[in-house]
Design a protein around this ligand. Structure first.
Ligand code: ADP
Ligand code: MG
Length: 223
C-alpha cells in the first residue's frame, strides 16, 4: 500500500494564458512512511494534496492509490476509492457543529455504508487513542482547538486509510498541542502502515518525518 504520483501537471486558465501550478511533479510515499511536503506559499502543496486525494484530476500524470491507478476511473469509482483508502486532515478540523466527537468519527463509517457495532467500537477506540476518552459526547463548540484537531485525525483514521493526507494539520495549534497531534500522526502511520503525506511549514515536523520533499514555485504563465 502506497501513494505514487507520477509526472503530475496542473494548469488553470488565466485569462488568455495558462498558469502552471504543478509542473511534472513526481512523488512516492511508501507504506508506513511519513513524507513532509514543504515549499513556499503558493508552490502548489495544497493542490498536490488535492490531486493525491482524488479531489482534483491533474491535467496530466498518474496517481496510484494503494496500487490502483485512479486516472482512468470514473468519478463514482474515484469517490469510492477515496472513501475506502484515503484519510484527509485539513488545517482546521472542519467538524460538523451539531455532532458529538463520537458521531464525527462514526459518520465516516456510515458514509461508507457500514456503521455496525464493530465500527462504533472502532470510533471509540480511536478517540481513546488520541486522548479524548472523556470527550466522546462533546460537540465542537465544547472542544479546544487541539481537541478538535485530534477528532479530525481520528476521523481520518476511521477507515484505516492506506493513504493519509494532512495539510498543515497543526497550523492552528500552539506548539505543545501541535507536537502532540504530530506524534499521534506519526504513530498511527506506523501502526496502520499508511503512506502519509504531510504539508508543513514547521522545520521540526519536517525533520521528524521520514523524508522531506520540497516544492519550488512552479507557477508560470504561458501565453
Ligand atoms: P500552497 O498550498 O503551496 O500554498 P496552493 O496549492 O494552494 O499552494 O496554490 C498554488 C498556486 O496555484 C497559487 O498561486 C494559487 O493561487 C494557485 N491556484 C490554486 N488553485 C487555483 C485555481 N483553482 N485557480 C487559479 N489559481 C489557483
Ligand atoms: Mg496550502
Amino acid at each position: 500500500m502506497s501513494l505514487v504520483l507520477e509526472n503530475i501537471t496542473v494548469t488553470v486558465p488565466d485569462g488568455r494564458d495558462t498558469l502552471t501550478i504543478l509542473d511534472a511533479v513526481d512523488l512516492e510515499v511508501a507504506a508506513g512512511e511519513t513524507v513532509a511536503l514543504t515549499g513556499p506559499s503558493g508552490s502548489g502543496k495544497s493542490t498536490l494534496l488535492a490531486v493525491a486525494g482524488l479531489l482534483l484530476r491533474p491535467g496530466s500524470g498518474r496517481v496510484h492509490v494503494a496500487g490502483v491507478e485512479a486516472g482512468a476511473l470514473p468519478d463514482r469509482e474515484r469517490t469510492r476509492l477515496r472513501g475506502g483508502t484515503i484519510g484527509i486532515v485539513y488545517q482546521s478540523a472542519n467538524l460538523l457543529p451539531s455532532l458529538t466527537a463520537r458521531e464525527q468519527v462514526e459518520v465516516v463509517a456510515h458514509a461508507n455504508g457500514r456503521l455496525d457495532r464493530a465500527a462504533r467500537d472502532r470510533a471509540e477506540e480511536l478517540l481513546v487513542r488520541v486522548g479524548l476518552a472523556d470527550r466522546l459526547s462533546a460537540q465542537p463548540g465544547q472542544l479546544s482547538g487541539g481537541e478538535r484537531q485530534r477528532v479530525a485525525l481520528a476521523r481520518a483514521l476511521m477507515m484505516e486509510p492506506a493513504v493519509l493526507l494532512a495539510d498543515e494539520p497543526t497550523a492552528s495549534l500552539d506548539p505543545v498541542r501541535g507536537a502532540e497531534v504530530m506524534r499521534l500522526l506519526l504513530e498511527e502511520t506506523t501502526r496502520l502502515g499508511a503512506a502519509t503525506l504531510l504539508v508543513t511549514h514547521d522545520g521540526d515536523q519536517a525533520a521528524g518525518a521520514g523524508r522531506e520533499v520540497r516544492l519550488e514555485r512552479a507557477a508560470s504563465t504561458v501565453g
